[in-house]
Ligand binder design. Structure first.
Ligand code: NPQ
Ligand code: MG
Length: 365
C-alpha cells in the first residue's frame, strides 16, 4: 500500500565540467521521489536538467508538475501500472511521470521481493559500458581524456560534437586509437537539414552511429539525412514514446534507438520500445542523463534486456561523481553489474541524504 509521496531535492558536483552542444554543466541538480509504503519505500530519480536545453523539461518545473498533476492521481492502492494509465491524458512531461513511476515500481517490487531486472525480463547479469565524452578545450585534451577512459576499460567512446567541432575530433581520435575502437558521436540536435554534405565527411571514419543530428521534432529531416549519409542514424531526443519509436522506424528516420526511461515517461514505456525494436531488428542501447546511483541502478536493469546489443552510456559512478548518492557502481572489465536484489537494488546512503532536503510530503487516501 502507498501511504505517502515525498519530494527530495539536492545538488551534487560533477568531477569535471560536462560540455555538450547545448551547454556546460558543473553540477547536477537533483529531484528524487520517495514512495512510502507500510514496510518499504521506493526511490525514483528525475532526469531533467536545471535548464530546458536537452529537452523542454527542467527540474524546477518537474517539481510543479509532480505536485500539481501527478501526486493528485495517486491513491493508497496505486501501482506503477495504474499510475501510467491515470496520467495518460496528461501531455508530455515524460521526465516528471518517469520519476514517480520509478518510485512506485521500486516500492511494489520490494513488497513482492522481486528485482527490477527480473521484473523487466533481464537476460544479463552485467552490462557492457561506454562513456560519453564532453566537448573539450583542445584536441590534445580530448586525446588525453579518451585515453584515460580507455585505460579504465570503457568498451565504447561517444564524442559530443557540434558545428565547428566535429570532423577533426573524430579524425584525431580514430588516428590515435585505431580502427577497432567502438566510436560514435552525439550532436544533441545541433545540425540542420542543410548540413548533410558536411556530415557525410564522417562516413570515412566507420562510426557505430551518429546520435540525434537534427532537432527533436524533425523526423523527416532525419529520414532525408539517413538516406544521404552512410553512418547509421540513431535517435535520442526525438523518441519520446512507443508511438514515436514506431513512426521513426517505419519512416526509416533511424536504424538504431537510444532508450532513456526518463525521456519516454518511464520503465514500462521503455520496455515496450525495447520489445518493438527487438521484434523489428532495431538495435537499442541505454542512454544516460548523468544519473546518480538511484537512476543508474534502474537503467542497468533495463539495459540487461536482450535487445540492448550496443554498449550504453551506463558508465560507473566515478565517471560523474566523486561520491555517489548510493554505493558506487564500478566498472569491471568494461562492464557494470546489474543489481540483483529487491527493487532497484540500491538506496540513498544516509550520510548523503543528510545533505539533501525533503521539500514536500503528501499522504494518500
Ligand atoms: C545525451 N547524456 O545522450 C545526454 C545528454 C545530457 C551522457 O551524453 C543534465 C541533465 C546534464 C541531462 C548533460 C549523455 C545533461 C543531461 C548531457 C543530458 O544526449
Ligand atoms: Mg544523446
Amino acid at each position: 500500500m502507498l501511504r505517502a509521496i515525498e519530494l527530495w531535492r539536492g545538488r551534487i558536483d560533477l568531477v569535471s565540467p560536462f560540455r555538450t552542444s547545448f551547454g556546460v554543466d558543473t553540477a547536477r541538480d537533483l529531484l528524487y521521489i520517495r514512495a512510502v509504503g507500510d514496510d518499504h519505500s521506493g526511490w525514483g530519480e528525475c532526469v531533467a536538467g536545471t535548464e530546458p536545453n536537452y529537452s523542454s523539461e527542467y527540474l524546477e518545473n518537474c517539481v510543479g508538475v509532480v505536485t500539481r498533476f501527478l501526486v493528485p492521481v495517486l491513491r493508497s492502492d496505486s501501482t506503477a501500472e495504474s499510475f501510467v494509465v491515470s496520467v495518460a491524458p496528461i501531455r508530455g512531461n515524460f521526465m516528471s511521470k518517469a520519476c514517480v513511476e520509478a518510485a512506485l515500481l521500486d516500492l511494489q517490487l520490494r513488497e513482492k521481493n522481486l528485482s527490477l531486472a527480473r521484473y523487466l525480463g533481464a537476460t544479463k547479469t552485467r552490462v557492457a559500458s561506454g562513456v560519453s565524452v564532453g566537448i573539450q578545450n583542445s584536441l590534445d585534451q580530448l586525446v588525453k581524456v579518451v585515453g584515460q577512459y580507455l585505460e579504465q576499460g570503457y568498451l565504447r567512446i561517444k564524442l559530443k560534437i557540434e558545428p565547428g567541432s566535429d570532423i577533426e575530433l573524430v579524425r584525431v581520435v580514430r588516428r590515435e586509437f585505431g580502427d577497432n575502437l567502438m566510436l560514435q558521436v552525439d550532436a544533441n540536435a545541433a545540425y540542420t537539414a542543410g548540413d548533410a554534405s558536411h556530415l557525410r565527411k564522417l562516413d570515412q571514419f566507420n562510426l557505430l552511429l551518429i546520435e540525434q543530428p537534427l532537432p527533436e521534432d524533425d523526423l523527416f529531416g532525419h529520414v532525408e539525412l539517413a538516406r544521404a549519409i552512410a553512418t547509421p542514424v540513431c535517435l535520442d531526443e526525438s523518441i519520446t514514446s512507443l508511438d514515436t519509436a514506431r513512426s521513426a522506424i517505419d519512416l526509416q528516420a533511424c536504424s538504431i534507438i537510444n532508450i532513456k526511461p526518463g525521456r519516454v515517461g518511464g520503465y514500462l514505456e521503455a520496455k515496450k520500445i525495447h520489445d518493438l525494436c527487438f521484434e523489428r531488428g532495431i538495435p537499442v542501447w541505454c542512454g544516460g542523463m548523468l544519473e546518480t546511483g538511484i537512476g543508474r541502478a534502474a537503467n542497468l536493469a533495463l539495459a540487461a534486456l536482450p535487445g540492448f546489443t550496443l554498449p550504453g552510456d551506463t558508465s560507473a559512478s566515478a565517471r560523474y561523481f566523486a561520491r555517489d548518492v548510493t554505493e558506487p557502481f564500478i566498472l569491471e572489465d568494461g562492464h557494470v553489474a546489474v543489481p540483483d536484489t529487491v527493487g532497484i537494488g540500491v538506496e540513498p546512503l544516509p550520510e548523503m541524504l543528510e545533505k539533501f532536503e525533503k521539500v514536500a510530503e503528501f499522504r494518500t487516501t
